[in-house]
Design a protein around this ligand. Structure first.
Ligand SMILES: NC(=O)c1ccc[n+]([C@@H]2O[C@H](COP(=O)([O-])OP(=O)(O)OC[C@H]3O[C@@H](n4cnc5c(N)ncnc54)[C@H](OP(=O)(O)O)[C@@H]3O)[C@@H](O)[C@H]2O)c1
Length: 298
């Protein structure tokens, strides 16, 4: 459905253009965006509140989120991409800025029926896409890549980011979607003890570490490649290691208005005790969902 350029609907559609996607990761294909700063103009005149789902429902297109910012200032969000891309992310010495993006239920679950899609929402996918559009590399652990049927980022949404996968076993079945598609072959980081000869075509293996992958060395390697923003999309075991090494500069958490129980609880995947201070950097809201950005205190 086409709206006149001046209509409120077109402003909302410009902010959050996609609907009815199958999962958090499996976003539909679009053209790659301009690298940084989309130039999309602020929109977001839609009202907010508990009745927002009704107000933002466009006939034939379903629910379209209209985000509002609660902190550090309050007001409607025009372009999520422009907002998130506008934040400074200075590279620490010798490594890229590391952001991570996770979705969780209010009771702290990172999975529902074994996947993250059951926790996600249209607004969550909007943030997911925006972060990918900012990133140079999407870093993911093999467990998540297998479970979520990862595709190359350029095949899944508007981004030029390269995929990097961390695996110890190198168990990457030949039907993995990311083994083919647009853009450069994904990097697969593996320990030097693993047999890279068993890898299927369509990836670039890189040995990094002895019996397990050395995560700080991975980041230094990506930095040497020119990456300045690495976006970790999990899973929790990888996130736990980033936190353990104090390598998490920014954490985006979508808080979904759900209680789901189950065993997939804790964004650090059951990692042992640690103490890392975080500062609240930004809060967005769409209906009953919150989008929290924390930054490292160190
Ligand atoms: N809520 C969210 O936002 C979110 C995000 C991502 C994932 N998830 C969910 O998390 C679940 C998957 O989690 P998971 O327990 O499988 O954890 P994971 O962190 O996704 O993957 C763990 C695997 O990554 C590899 N790995 C990680 N660090 C390594 C290291 N230093 N050296 C060598 N290999 C390393 C190993 O792969 P190998 O087995 O190949 O050795 C390990 O088995 C799924 O249910 C997924 O839906 C949720």
């Amino acid at each position: 459905m086409d709206f006149p350029a001046s209509s409120p609907q077109v402003q909302v559609v410009d902010t959050c253009r996609r609907r009815s996607e199958p999962g958090r990761v499996a976003v539909e294909g679009e053209r790659p965006p301009e690298r940084r700063g989309s130039g999309r103009s602020p929109a977001g005149t839609a009202s907010t509140g508990c009745d927002q789902a009704v107000e933002n429902t466009v006939p034939g297109q379903g629910y379209i989120p209209a985000m509002e910012q609660l902190l550090p200032t309050s007001g409607p969000v025009g372009s999520v991409l422009d907002l998130l891309d506008g934040d400074p992310r200075p590279s620490p010495v010798g490594r890229p800025w590391v952001a991570a993006n996770m979705v969780a239920s209010v009771d702290g679950a990172y999975g529902r029926d074994g996947r993250s899609a059951g926790l996600s929402s249209e607004a969550d996918r909007e943030v997911f896409r925006a972060l990918r559009a900012c990133a140079d590399v999407v870093l993911v652990a093999a467990g998540t890549a297998r479970t979520e049927r990862y595709r190359r980022p350029a095949d899944a949404g508007p981004t030029n980011a390269r995929l990097a996968v961390v695996s110890g076993s190198l168990h990457l079945p030949a039907d993995q979607p990311f083994l083919s598609g647009s853009g450069p072959d994904p990097i697969v980081y593996h320990p030097s003890t693993a047999d890279a000869g068993r890898l299927p075509a369509g990836v670039e293996p890189r040995a990094m570490g002895g019996t397990t992958v050395d995560i700080p060395a991975v980041l230094a390697d990506l930095y040497a490649d020119g990456a300045r923003l690495v976006l970790c999309e999990g899973g929790p075991i990888l996130l736990g290691q980033l936190a353990e090494h104090d390598l998490l500069d920014e954490l985006f958490v979508t808080m979904s208005p759900l209680l789901v129980g189950g065993e997939q609880v804790g964004l650090l995947g059951g990692h042992g005790p640690m103490h890392r201070g975080l500062s609240l950097h930004r809060v967005l809201r769409d209906g009953d969902s919150l989008f929290l950005t924390y930054r490292s205190d160190s």
